[in-house]
Design a protein around this ligand. Structure first.
Ligand code: MRU
Length: 344
């Protein structure tokens, strides 16, 4: 990979601005939690693990920004940063998981300078751990891929959505690097085109054979026997194995079931929410009308038409062939198997 999604650079958080890809490569240099929350909300950074890493660095940034304050003023100001970041996007649980980890290392008894150093250390460790988990997921998941296969993926679950390597694309990357003849069908992913803009860009850079298709073409290619398996990422997995991922994932899972094609979900344990007993308890973000009515300043829809724009959907666990995690592969995931994963 010759790009970095997020980079901690001498007390600044640098983000590759994903809104502009692939036409422009530009970076944002962020100095406060508020700026990070905005970058998450506006999707300059996106993808569940990347959002979690950004939020963790957002807390570290804020701690450094406020370290000159006395303890009494530092605590409520940092608290405010936690709440601003937690309100940036609702569905990807990695955001809340990362903020909880940052909270857990924060000791209000410490002076602000010491707190800032400890929070920076924790944010870096969340970031580094994510890369390791992705590499491990890649090793675990690649065993499921035949020597020669066509893999359909949806949205972007690649290096751009994580600290590096990627979840679903991480499995594909690892299999490809092992010499397997993997060819990818990337669904464009309306409305924000993460498949067309981001997945196709990432894979092209590594010369992994990729065919871009519109979302509504998936069934056509499955029926023709051109897809061997599906791998997607996840934004939140409930305790029973239900999977929230980019809107349209559920449709692909139903199609895969219809055609007897394995449907795999690659996600780290940090994407699993054992407090949500099923997908019904996962909050689904609804975004603005403009994203459906047009893109980058071009409007194509009738002006006054009413719009719905849920950003995610939930795939019931009985449609999931396996969850690929850094702790191993869970075939036919259910509540019992997920609970065993967390107690081992
Ligand atoms: O709205 P986005 O682009 O943040 O949605 C991203 C996805 O749905 C990804 O598939 C998911 O976060 C997995 S990322 C490894």
């Amino acid at each position: 990979m010759n790009f970095e999604t997020l980079r901690w650079n001498e007390g600044r958080l640098e983000l590759l601005d994903q809104r502009l890809l692939p036409q422009r490569i530009a970076h944002l240099s962020l100095k406060s939690a508020k700026e990070v929350a905005r970058a998450i909300r506006e999707m300059a950074v996106r993808g569940a693990p990347a959002i979690g890493c950004a939020a963790a660095f957002g807390i570290a940034l804020e701690a450094f920004r406020l370290k000159h304050l006395d303890k009494e003023s530092f605590l409520p100001a940092l608290d405010e940063a936690f709440s601003i970041l937690s309100e940036s996007r609702p569905t990807a649980v990695n955001l809340f998981w990362a903020l909880d980890r940052m909270k857990a290392v924060f000791d209000p008894g410490n002076d602000p300078e010491t707190s800032a150093i400890m929070l920076e250390k924790e944010a870096k460790s969340i970031f580094e751990r994510d890369v390791e988990d992705n590499l491990e997921m890649g090793r675990n998941g690649s065993k499921l891929l035949p020597e020669k296969c066509n893999v359909l993926t949806y949205c972007n679950a690649g290096a751009l959505a994580t600290a590096g390597h990627g979840t679903a694309l991480g499995v594909i990357r690892t299999a490809f690097s092992q010499g397997k003849a993997v060819s990818v069908f990337a669904c464009e992913t309306r409305p924000l085109l993460q498949g067309a803009r981001l997945t196709a860009w990432e894979l092209a850079m590594e010369k992994i054979p990729t065919t871009l298709i519109c979302d509504n073409m998936a069934g056509f290619f499955m029926k023709k026997g051109e897809i061997d398996l599906v791998i997607v990422g996840a934004d939140r997995v409930a305790a029973n194995g239900d999977v929230a991922n980019k809107i349209g994932t559920y449709t692909v899972a139903v199609l895969a079931k219809r055609h007897g094609i394995p449907f795999y979900v690659a996600c780290p344990a940090s994407t699993m929410d054992m407090k949500a007993s099923s997908g019904d308890e996962i909050p689904i973000e609804e975004r603005n009308d403009a994203e459906v009515k047009g893109y980058r300043g071009i409007e194509w829809a009738a002006r006054d038409v009413s719009v719905r724009n849920p950003a995610f959907d939930v795939t019931p666990h009985d449609l999931v062939t396996a969850l690929i995690t850094e702790k191993g592969v869970i075939m036919s995931p259910d509540a019992e198997k997920l609970s065993a994963l967390f107690s081992s």
